[in-house]
Design a protein around this ligand. Structure first.
Ligand SMILES: Cc1cc2nc3c(=O)[nH]c(=O)nc-3n(C[C@H](O)[C@H](O)[C@H](O)COP(=O)(O)OP(=O)(O)OC[C@H]3O[C@@H](n4cnc5c(N)ncnc54)[C@H](O)[C@@H]3O)c2cc1C
Length: 541
């Protein structure tokens, strides 16, 4: 009979919360071969959406999870996004970006339960993730080598209504992750406070499942009605659903909208009861919060547990999924004993400034859209009618953390920016770079043999990190044909010979010549404090 090591924690990673962010993180870590368990209080997947929009960067993450084909019919590209003014006339029309840097359309509308179903069934399950529903986390203790999580069984007599039972258990893990949403238990238990960035508005969110989507095809995919008498958002949420969001006025109470007639009256210009049923009508308070830290010891926070973003940019979930992408590769290196646990401190320095900058952008946009003063709204409209529609928004890059700093004191123009994914051909295979060449760390050079000038240590680094290496000269060793020319254009625009991309799609750094490539790789190794020889000795971090 095999006897387990009594000092071995039950799991490498225990995640509290199986919302979309907990799911994505579990799938990424499970695919990397780690023992991952997720504990979720609700017995079933939530059947209603909150998020309706995601962007090209997140599509690339779904591609990495093997879900892009599974979800192909569920993702509706945003080919038309318009704002209307107080007078009801067009204010701005935003041009779509196709393809966006990540080799997908710039923006998509989707139905959140389908996304969650796909991550759960097609990414977490095949990766061997343990998902335990019906348990609420209620205790968390950290010691040197592990975290102990106390869970209480909950019963759900009717969907969504939880009752605590007397049954409890504890599990141990090397790392615990709070992916448990806005009111995160894990955040509180780890003693992490949060700041309010000052935005607070109540909006009525109404979801509908029309009998026939074709009958509503006259409605654009996404519109904002900047009407000071009732700021309103109207969007399509995936192929079979529509969503309306109405700002509550100062003298209105949430309970006013428990009356279905009031809701139907608001929908009147677009949708009537004969068009199909409503699936939800609820008042949400849109808030802006950031946790003061995302790591404390062996506990990390991701998603809404760490930040709340008003939904005007459709970025709250996207930010959470970026947290998951960022944390997954770092935790993987730490669990494989290739890098020390201090690597996880860069979660704070990388994710916090970007998350906060996105929240501030969303607040700014919210203030433009939520204008209730008719005079100010008229001035806003007059001003906006004089300007061209702004180009698609580029989100702020990473400003700190694990980024290349050239030894000569200059700054690297690409370090911290979101990388470009191109369409390439290698051998008989043509497609997106990550599918054809590989994901993870990527080293892309403009020409020549990428490995030619490298020492055995630098080659060992490439092997240890299982880097995907490509030269954009198809005749060179490791060559690919740059089919759509976007990779070469990207390098040329930045006068780069090589770029080194991290597994979360952000650029670690670039260099201008083949001669500088060794320094770029050495800097990565040094910043990761990579241990290439350790295999067995000692406890896992
Ligand atoms: C109206 C609205 C529209 C939005 N639109 C967009 C959009 O278009 N695009 C976008 O990117 N974002 C959008 N957002 C934001 C987005 O919905 C959230 O950022 C996202 O759902 C957060 O995901 P999460 O996995 O971090 O948290 P959640 O989805 O909240 O999941 C947390 C999970 O943890 C579980 N849990 C909590 N406590 C415990 C416990 N103690 N024990 C066990 N389990 C626990 C919960 O049951 C839940 O399943 C919108 C939000 C709202 C309200």
């Amino acid at each position: 009979m095999a006897i387990g090591n009594p000092y071995e924690p039950d799991f490498d990673v225990a995640i509290v919360g199986y919302g979309p962010v907990g799911q994505a993180l579990a799938a990424l870590l499970g695919r990397a071969g780690h023992r991952v368990a997720v504990f979720e209080r609700f017995g079933e997947m939530y059947r209603l959406p909150r998020a309706v929009h995601l962007d090209h960067e997140i599509m690339r993450l779904l591609q990495a999870l093997g879900l892009s084909e599974v979800l192909a019919d569920e993702m509706v590209p945003v080919d038309d996004y318009r704002w209307f003014g107080a007078d009801g006339d067009l204010l701005l029309r935003f041009e779509p970006r196709s393809p966006a840097p990540s080799a997908w359309e710039g923006d998509y509308m989707f139905f959140q339960p389908e996304l969650e179903r796909a991550i759960d069934g097609r990414a977490c399950a095949p990766a061997g993730v343990t998902v335990e529903r019906g348990w609420t986390a209620e205790g968390l203790e950290q010691s040197d080598g592990q975290v102990e999580l106390t869970l209480r069984r909950v019963s759900e007599e009717e969907p969504g209504r939880l009752a605590l039972t007397g049954e409890t258990r504890t599990v141990t893990a090397r790392w615990a992750i709070g992916a448990d949403g806005a009111n995160s238990f894990v955040r509180g238990a780890a003693g992490i406070t949060r700041r309010d960035l000052g935005f607070q508005e109540r909006w009525l969110v109404v979801d509908a499942e029309p009998h026939e989507m074709a009958a509503l095809s006259h409605l654009p995919i996404a519109t904002q009605h900047c009407d000071p008498t009732r700021p309103t958002t109207v969007v399509q949420s995936g192929p079979r659903h529509r969503r309306w969001e109405f700002m509550l006025l100062p003298d209105e109470r949430a309970s006013d909208f428990e009356d279905p007639d009031r809701v139907w009256a608001l929908l009147e210009p677009w949708y009537r009861s004969q068009d199909g049923p409503l699936t939800r009508s609820a008042v949400y308070e849109f808030r802006s919060m950031v946790a003061d830290h995302m790591r404390r010891g062996r506990v990390l926070l991701v998603g809404d547990a760490a930040h709340l973003t008003p939904p005007f940019l459709g970025q709250g979930l996207c930010s959470g999924l970026r947290d998951a992408a960022n944390l997954a590769w770092k935790l993987d290196l730490v669990l494989r004993r290739l890098a020390p646990a201090e690597l996880l401190d860069t979660i704070d320095s990388e994710r916090q400034p970007q998350n906060e900058a996105i929240i501030r952008l969303a607040i700014e946009l919210g203030r433009v859209l939520c204008q209730l003063d008719p005079q100010a709204a008229a001035e806003r409209d007059a001003m906006l009618r004089q300007v061209e529609a702004p180009p698609p928004l580029d989100l702020p890059p990473l400003s700190d953390g694990l980024l290349h700093r050239p030894g000569d004191g200059t700054s690297d123009p690409l370090a911290g920016s979101l990388s470009v994914q191109g369409v390439v051909r290698r051998g008989g295979r043509e497609g997106r770079f990550d599918d054809v060449v590989g994901r993870g760390f990527q080293l892309i050079v403009a020409g020549g043999d990428p490995l030619a000038a490298l020492s055995s240590d630098q080659r060992a680094l490439i092997d240890a990190l299982d880097m995907s290496v490509a030269s954009l000269d198809p005749a060179a060793p490791g060559g690919v044909r740059d089919v759509d020319g976007r990779l070469m254009a990207w390098l040329t625009d930045h006068e780069a010979h090589a770029v080194l991309v991290r597994p979360d799609f952000y650029v670690f750094g670039s260099c201008r010549s083949a001669g500088e490539l060794p320094e770029l790789l050495d800097d990565l190794r040094s910043q990761l404090q990579l241990t290439l020889t350790s295999t067995t000795a000692g406890a896992l971090p």
